[in-house]
Design a protein around this ligand. Structure first.
Ligand SMILES: *Cc1c(COP(=O)(O)O)cnc(C)c1O
Length: 497
């Protein structure tokens, strides 16, 4: 067979599905109730008039079976990690073990009410406290706030703590240094906290040079935000020296640890001199994500920042565990209650089931898989930084552009081979970037199928560029006008006629 030995299916029994409003017929219902055996009252006698709707707009009139088939069918138009390989760089789309789900559904966890008094929630509080200890150990720092609901929220919380810390010494300072390779959330979080962003360039090897930091560093700089491993998938090897430069002038070192998947159990940010790091549980610690599900971005801090953590914290007392809101220097609340609890249970189960050796093996395997892909594809795709990578590798379309085939075309063509495209056009410092993160949970067979598909596309780009430019050909919907979809979205159903 030419091309990939086997492609994963995006063809087959896929139904064209009309809107649910276009299905059913007048009077059809999805329920049957016994006759009413109590006196009926008019809605007007029970509901205040301003809350009564005059007319019910076109609700669908369908049977239960039609509803189930409708949603099951449209669910099959989606792609997820349970369907196939999802190498979305910087997103760590690893397979999520089902045991985490089992544990999160234990009634004592799933049904615990957030307003339970501490003495009736000891198990839940103990889980939060222990998870904090594990994340502190992995990050090499002292305390961890489990509150933030996402990576970006963790950044905001972390920068607010940095600001409160400087403020407590009489001067919040004005600026934050951020490399140009950073995720867009870094400058956004800094700006939200009132800081001016000072961008710096990475050096020729794809990492930040201490010299560039020294030049940008002064007493007005509150912090540097450094992603490590960075968005090129490279380890910032000068980070300890950079931390020293920043500390010498009274700045703080923030590490964007969204991509901890390359370093768990291998090296610890706290040991590099980092003061604050957020960790995405929905990336490294196996919380399902994609499609906007719940996530969490706990922030770990060094001791001197602990007084500023959001309230409530979970504390170990002489008799058990308790929430503590009596923290006068705290930045306050950043969310309701104490955490997205179900997310914490899954990540706790993940850490406990892997153990320290398992976490380390996961990181080592993630790095091995990324380097395997990088080395097998570098003859076919331009590799702007040809060095050992960490959890991901970044190619560009420079080679394919000679035949007028762009990164977007390559990404779309991958769908014909049954693979979710990688992250594209990010990081911004690589024009036409293709950012591939395989994670540790993929088999060698899957990696080889993906590599074969990428090689086939590189060949097609030379021999049949039109075919690649018009991709995808096999999914239900072909190439879309993405600009128009963003500029003129149709989000509301309108009754016909
Ligand atoms: C994913 C990611 C973020 C943002 O995390 P969210 O949970 O999406 O807010 C920040 N920085 C890096 C490097 C990331 O990969």
């Amino acid at each position: 067979m030419s091309g990939p030995e086997r492609t994963v299916g995006t063809q087959g029994l896929v139904f064209e599905e009309p809107l649910i409003f276009e299905q059913g017929s007048p009077g059809r219902v999805g329920f049957s109730l016994p006759p009413c055996d109590v006196p009926q009252k008019k809605a007007e006698t029970l509901i205040p008039p301003h809350l009564l709707r005059g007319e019910i707009p076109g609700l669908p009139e369908v049977s239960e079976g039609e509803v189930v088939r409708h949603y099951t069918r449209i669910s099959q138009w989606n792609f997820g990690i349970d369907l196939g390989f999802y190498p979305l760089g910087s997103c760590t789309m690893k397979y999520n073990p089902r045991v985490n789900e089992d544990v999160a559904r234990l009634p004592g966890f799933a049904k615990a009410h957030p307003y339970l008094p501490d003495e009736l929630a000891q198990g839940a509080l103990q889980l939060l406290w222990e998870l904090e200890q594990y994340l502190a150990e992995v990050s090499g720092l002292d305390r961890v706030s489990l509150h933030p609901s996402a990576g970006a929220h963790g950044e905001l919380t972390g920068v607010m703590m940095i600001r409160a810390y400087h403020q407590s010494k009489g001067d919040p300072r004005r600026k934050i240094i951020i490399p140009e390779s950073a995720h867009g959330t870094n400058p956004a979080s800094s700006a939200l906290c009132g800081y001016q962003v000072v961008p710096i360039k990475s050096g020729p090897l794809g990492v930040v040079e201490p010299q560039a930091v020294a030049e940008a560093m002064d007493d007005e700089v509150a912090a540097i935000m450094l992603t490590n491993p960075n968005t090129l998938g490279l380890f910032e090897e000068h980070i300890a020296e950079i931390a020293e430069i920043v500390h010498r002038k009274g700045g703080q070192v923030y590490c964007d640890g969204a991509n901890l998947n390359a370093i768990m159990g291998v090296t610890r940010p706290g040991d590099w001199g980092v003061d604050v790091i957020h960790v995405n549980l929905h990336k490294t610690f196996s919380q399902p994500h994609g499609g906007g599900g719940p996530g969490a971005g706990p922030v770990a801090v060094r001791k001197h920042l602990a007084p500023f953590m959001p309230v409530p914290t979970v504390e170990k007392t002489q008799t058990g565990f308790a929430l503590d809101s009596d923290r006068p220097q705290s930045i306050g609340r950043v969310r309701s209650f104490a955490a997205s609890f179900g997310v914490m249970v899954r990540s706790y189960a993940y850490i406990r089931s892997l153990g320290p050796d398992g976490l380390k093996l996961a990181s080592e395997t993630a790095v091995l898989n990324a380097n395997y892909i990088m080395n097998r594809l570098k003859a076919d795709y331009h590799l702007p930084y040809d060095r050992v990578c960490k959890h991901e590798c970044v190619f560009s379309d420079a080679e394919q552009l000679k035949n007028d085939v762009k990164t977007l075309d390559i990404a779309k063509r991958l769908m014909d081979y049954g693979f979710h495209p990688p992250t594209i056009y990010f990081p911004l410092i690589v024009p036409g970037a293709l950012m591939i993160e395989p994670t540790e949970t993929e088999s060698k067979e899957t990696l080889d199928q993906f590599i074969a598909a990428m090689k086939a596309i590189a060949r097609e780009a030379k021999e049949q560029p039109d075919l690649v430019r018009a991709a995808p050909h096999k999914p239900r919907v072909g190439r879309m006008d993405e600009t128009r979809a963003a500029r003129q979205p149709v989000l509301r159903w309108k009754p016909k006629g």
